[in-house]
Ligand binder design. Structure first.
Ligand code: ADP
Length: 479
């Protein structure tokens, strides 16, 4: 009305055209067609003389109105089509982004259960379906429900039959499919290039076809990704299993070699000494008899250490190691370990350097003593007699480091990363007391169980090895 003064009546139609375009952009085809009709009527009623009637006096205006209608219908059509294309493109982009996010998520999942849950949830939420996933059982001769969203653990007989059929024939079965359409769900095989890994079951409360062609494509994409991920997880599990088997095999043979050697040597010595004592005991003088007896004792102690180590290792491996942790004074436990190692260290001089302000630590006394003993035992074994073995402790922020230093040949750098492994021994030509390769493995196992860690290195000030046990200072420990 305001523009009526300044514009020719025919130009006013442009104002209406704007409204038609706006409604096509905003609301789509039908609202804009409705806007066309209302515009034609309003234009006629309010502006084309005679005004306030639907009659048209001038035939020229009929033509104007007719062309206005044609232009409005065509533009609203075009605009509405553009709009729906833009919406489709947006939806596609969203779906692609979701698919991409899903595949990234799958790539990060290691466990099968998490994977199945994530897959079911994704399919259920993107397609608004109920989802179950069935995978072959351990023997591989039947399939069972392994996951779903919402969680579901049992299927009725018709569904189960359809699922099995789909698994056996590698084809869809169940609701809406050619086979067993009486089932409640539709079952689709999850396929990869190497074969079928499982079956996906879907259903929805609404009757009629489950999926539109677009949804079907999306489901295919999701199912393909899921199948590949399931296969990946299974392959990883297979590889792990193979690795564990190989490792067990290696351990078994190492254990056998070690046991046969380590049990036999001391047993032979004990047997020899005992037999000599029994047979020629009378003929030997006191000092020879003493020596034989101490051989028996030493070798029996070595056997005992070996068996203790083996038992400890087994407990560690089986995870049945029970920690009896308590607040303990480091000086006290170092003292006990040194006392126990006195005999093995009798040909070394021992230097102890413990500052008086050491905090208490939280450890299992028996196990920690065993750790220190194993380290001292090694120092005695691998450093020549007459050298000194030092035990030092230092406080660092938040932890205490206990170092055992010897003056032996140290450890060659290429062996350093391995010496804490089970049965790892560095063979050397010179004579040395036999070991089992378990001592350090046990040290690491125990210390880690107590929340600390142990490291090996070579001394920088001179030749020799240094083993550092680091324990956290428990919160609230007296300074
Ligand atoms: P073992 O029963 O052979 O002593 P360990 O697990 O205690 O088994 O040690 C593994 C290997 O680490 C040993 O065979 C030895 O070669 C090396 N090793 C351990 N402690 C020392 C040390 N203080 N100095 C030099 N080498 C050492």
């Amino acid at each position: 009305m305001a523009l009526k003064q300044s514009l020719a009546i025919s130009s006013l139609s442009l104002v209406f055209l704007t409204a038609v375009l706006a409604s096509a952009v905003r609301f789509g085809l039908f609202p804009s067609l409705f806007a066309c009709i209302v515009s034609v009527l309003a234009y006629n009623f309010f502006f084309i003389p005679p005004v306030y009637t639907f009659t048209i006096a001038d035939p020229e205006n009929v033509v104007t109105l007719f062309f206005f209608l044609v232009v409005a219908v065509i533009t609203s059509n075009l605009t509405a089509r553009m709009r729906s294309q833009a919406i489709t493109a947006q939806l596609r982009a969203k779906t692609t982004a979701e698919l991409y996010a899903f595949s990234r998520k799958l790539a990060g999942i290691i466990g099968l259960d998490d994977l199945l849950w994530a897959t079911s949830y994704q399919i259920a939420s993107m397609l608004r379906l109920r989802v179950v996933v069935l995978l072959p059982d351990e023997n591989g001769d039947s399939i069972v429900v392994r996951g779903g969203y919402p969680p579901e653990d049992a299927l009725d007989d018709a569904d189960l039959a359809a699922a099995r059929w789909s698994w056996d024939r590698n084809r869809p079965a169940g609701r809406g499919a050619d086979t067993l359409p009486g089932a409640k769900r539709l079952f689709l095989p999850l396929r990869t290039g190497r074969g079928t890994v499982g079956v996906l079951g879907i259903d929805r409360d609404a009757p009629g076809p489950l999926l539109t062609p677009d949804e079907q494509r999306l489901l295919d994409a999701l199912a393909d990704q899921a199948a590949v991920a399931i296969e990946r997880v299974k392959l990883v599990a297979d590889v792990d299993e193979a690795r564990v088997l190989a490792e067990t095999e290696r351990l078994r043979s190492a254990l056998l070699t070690s046991i046969s050697h380590d049990l036999r040597t001391p047993l032979a010595a004990i047997l020899g000494a005992a037999t000599s004592l029994r047979t020629y005991g009378e003929l030997y003088d006191q000092s020879v008899r003493e020596e034989l007896i101490s051989t028996v004792q030493d070798e029996a102690e070595r056997l005992n250490r070996f068996v203790t180590n083996l038992l400890d290792m087994t407990k560690l491996e089986a995870g049945v190691l029970e920690l009896k942790s308590a607040m303990i004074d480091l000086g006290e436990i170092v003292g006990t370990a040194l006392e126990r190692a006195r005999k093995v260290l009798q040909r070394h001089s021992v230097v102890v350097d413990l500052p008086s302000d050491l905090p208490m630590v939280r450890v299992d006394f028996v196990l920690f003593e065993q750790v220190l003993f194993n380290l001292l035992d090694n120092a005695a074994k691998y450093a020549p007699p007459g050298t000194s073995v030092a035990v030092r402790a230092r406080r660092r922020d938040g932890s205490v480091a206990i170092e055992i230093l010897d003056e032996g040949g140290g450890i060659a750098p290429e062996h350093l990363p391995h010496i804490f492994e089970k049965f790892y021994r560095i063979r050397r030509a010179d004579r040395q007391r036999a070991g089992t390769g378990l001592g350090l493995a046990i040290c690491r196992g125990f210390v880690e169980a107590m929340g600390g860690n142990v490291e090996a290195a070579n001394r920088s000030d001179r030749s020799g090895a240094v083993f550092t046990v680091t324990l956290p200072i428990p919160p609230g420990a007296p300074p």
